[in-house]
Design a protein around this ligand. Structure first.
Ligand SMILES: O=C(O)CCC(=O)C(=O)O
Length: 424
């Protein structure tokens, strides 16, 4: 799409967004509330003759602030559908207001970046949105304009030659049992329903996924294009979440890629950093990535043989990082099918029966995490840790590792790596 075509397409999409917001307002028959008053005022300033985009943006920003306050006033798991929907409407409105400042349908690069960030904040705060098609259509339309302003989506570094270099792969002394081909569903069901389910490394389980065949994510040029360099993503900074200096940050996917995946986290500096796009539902935010993966059939089985998991109960998370990311030894309350798409990771697993030797942190928030640094154990401080029995493996492209719920797991990146976990 050339520049004019991209801008024209964006103008049409913005018009559709305005119409949908207006229709929504018409459908509201309840007594006016602060959010609907702000929405009405913001839209009014966009639709009067002459329009007043700065005033519209001021009301839209006030609406975002209000929606943010409401979202933060309850624990995330208790946020209602209506509150999420209100946040999506607010971010959509803010995006429309930002882009209404463009003259003659031409949008400045700064405004385009701000607008896509606004939509991403909506997606990050509210999750999979109402009006998904419209929101994603708008993201695509803005991204197309940005790509036209800065050819190749602002990719400034040379095309990656897929540096899948293994860093310090450990020797495997206690291997996880391996299935060289995916077991039949019934066989897997027996493992799941056993009183003491055990891990299984399934080789060649993902070869049919587009991400490993027709649209390989190991082709970083493709991955960067599909993910979109201008998208905002949450990353963890610091070698592991138990470190004091560990923090979280929102950055553009482009910055994450260039600085931490390709750039080695400011390698030249005195304190090179590790950044990890970890445990993030990237697939709700960027559905085009979801089209390249498949939910493993095993996820629809359940450890309770009389029921099965539905799509909404399966939580999909992306884990994308440079070599040396570390997820400290911890447990999760879900069964997990851990799919390795790009690169390699070392994974160590301890059964729940080993908990007495694992020194869980005595803190209600991190109580599912061990105090012990698995590969550099302070034996004087944690003498019992040596007694704990474990299994271990290195996962590589196409591997699917079953981690039963409650099993402790420690994960270290051995190269640039992209994994997807399915909690079910
Ligand atoms: O890949 C990682 O770093 C951690 C994965 C993990 O903890 C999980 O899938 O539950």
């Amino acid at each position: 799409m050339d520049r004019t075509e991209a801008d024209q397409h964006l103008c049409i999409t913005l018009k559709t967004a305005k119409t949908i917001l207006l229709k929504y307002l018409e459908s509201v028959t309840d007594a006016p509330t602060p959010p609907t008053i702000l929405l009405r005022k913001s839209l009014h300033h966009l639709t009067v003759d002459p329009p007043n985009p700065p005033q519209s943006l001021a009301y839209a920003t006030a609406l975002i602030d209000l929606a943010t306050q409401s979202l933060h006033s309850v624990p995330y798991k208790d946020v209602s559908h209506e509150l999420r929907a209100a946040f999506t409407r607010a971010s959509l409105l803010q995006c429309v207001a930002i882009l209404s400042r463009g003259e003659d349908g031409f949008h400045g690069e700064e405004d385009l970046r701000r607008a896509v960030k606004t939509l991403d904040m909506g997606l990050l705060m509210a999750g999979r949105p109402i009006w998904e098609e419209l929101v994603m259509g708008l993201v695509d339309a803005i991204t197309a304009c940005l790509d036209n302003r800065a050819p190749d989506g602002a990719i400034t570094s040379p095309t990656a030659s897929n540096p899948i270099t293994l860093i310090n792969p450990p020797t495997i002394a206690h291997p996880v049992p391996i299935a060289t081909t995916p077991p039949p569903l019934l066989t897997f069901q027996s493992r799941l329903t056993s009183p003491t389910p055990t891990p299984l490394l399934i080789k060649n389980a993902l070869t049919h996924w587009p991400a490993l065949s027709t649209r390989p994510w190991s082709d970083f040029t493709y991955l960067r294009r599909i993910a979109g360099m201008h998208r905002t993503v949450p990353v963890e900074i610091g070698s592991k979440y138990t470190d004091e200096k560990w923090t979280q940050k929102l950055v553009s996917f482009g910055e994450f890629w260039e600085r931490w995946i390709e750039g080695g986290g400011d390698e030249g500096s005195e304190t090179p950093q590790v950044a990890y796009l970890a445990q993030h539902d990237l697939f709700s935010q960027i559905p085009r990535l979801r089209d390249d993966i498949c939910v493993p059939d095993y996820c629809y089985l359940s450890s309770d043989s009389s029921s099965s998991s539905s799509d909404s109960e399966i939580k999909t998370n992306a884990w994308l990082g440079p070599p040396s990311t570390i997820s400290p030894l911890h447990t999760d309350p879900h069964d997990n099918l851990f799919a390795q798409i790009v690169g390699y990771k070392y994974i160590r697993l301890y059964s729940p029966s080993q908990t007495p030797h694992l020194y869980p942190i005595s803190d209600s928030i991190l109580g599912n995490t061990s105090e012990v640094d698995v590969e550099v154990v302070n034996h004087a401080k944690y003498p019992d840790f040596l007694k704990a029995e474990y299994v271990e493996c290195c996962v590589g492209p196409g591997d699917l590792l079953f981690i039963p719920r409650g099993w402790w797991h420690y994960v270290r990146g051995l190269s640039v790596s992209f994994s997807v976990s399915f909690w079910f």
